[in-house]
Ligand binder design. Sequence first.
Ligand code: NAP
Length: 315
Amino acid sequence: MFVGFDLTFVKNILILGTGVIGTFWGHALTQGGHRVCHLLRKGKPAPTVPTTVKLAFTDRRNVKQKAKQYAYAVETDWTTIQGYEVVIVPVKHTQWRQAVSDLKPYLSDTTIVLVAGNVWEDDFHFLDEQLGGRYLFAFPHFGGAMVNGTLKGWLTKHMSLGFGKTPDSVIGSVRELFAQSGFSPTVQPDMRGWLLTHFAWNAGILTQALHDGGFRRMTRSWQSLTTAYKRVREAMQVAQACGVNIRQFPEGRKAFRPLWWNALQTFLLFLLPGMAQSADAGRDDAEWAAFGRKIAITAHRYNLTRKHFTHELPA
Ligand SMILES: NC(=O)c1ccc[n+]([C@@H]2O[C@H](COP(=O)([O-])OP(=O)(O)OC[C@H]3O[C@@H](n4cnc5c(N)ncnc54)[C@H](OP(=O)(O)O)[C@@H]3O)[C@@H](O)[C@H]2O)c1
């Protein structure tokens, strides 16, 4: 039974990998006074020299210290997982199954797992089955990319937390943990709905960017921008078919604003220096395509008409 934890003591936090979101949080939680370690993939050798990353992102949190670099404390021994109170899993939506299956044998009864990233319908059941009531979702409302060993992008104080099964005391402790590190987490009463709506939003935008060869090209073409938002609407209808009241969420409402309005806003946003480059630096064609494939599979299951997500479906 999880009852939360006492934050008067320094927490031992393990983060899977040294990816973009894991590095943002690793840096911020270290600043907050916690002991953070990054666990490398099974079989990945420990680095022979200390690994550091330059920090060149815009920090919009209200913190006084601004570090120029972050030195990763790295762990390669998976049996040490039991010594951590909190394990953060910030992986791509195509990586949940492998990452959680790898982790599960090493988790202690009291480890709290934070599932930190995009999740679609098919993964909720899997996560429940594998992790039971010991996990909650933590979604970053910030982002960026690694460019030649430098972390770029935008770190904000915003993040969403939630899940129905973990006791409120655990959500409260995790919220406080992040608050100590300059974040202001919002507890989402319907985190599943929030995640499905957000996934649908991403699926629309990322599949159009993939089609156009990246954000730089997509955001220079009015037709591509408006098509991106047609895709977003189609994906939202799939989220709705999954039982989500999409209008309850800002992205679900925004999807049905006039196409020209959404296109214009995105065009203007991408005039920000570095925005398109940062989005393209995080390009992962296989992952972006998988957003579309997952939407297509679910649309097919609910017999929804597909104009944009016309992927070949697995037999
Ligand atoms: N990047 C953004 O701007 C952003 C913004 C908001 C939300 N998100 C969401 O946040 C999540 C993380 O995104 P990200 O950009 O941080 O991804 P990322 O940079 O690709 O990082 C993923 C990390 O997880 C590690 N990993 C994956 N499977 C593993 C396993 N089985 N065992 C050990 N390590 C494993 C990877 O290790 P290797 O290096 O060995 O592959 C990598 O270090 C995604 O769901 C994404 O959609 C991202």
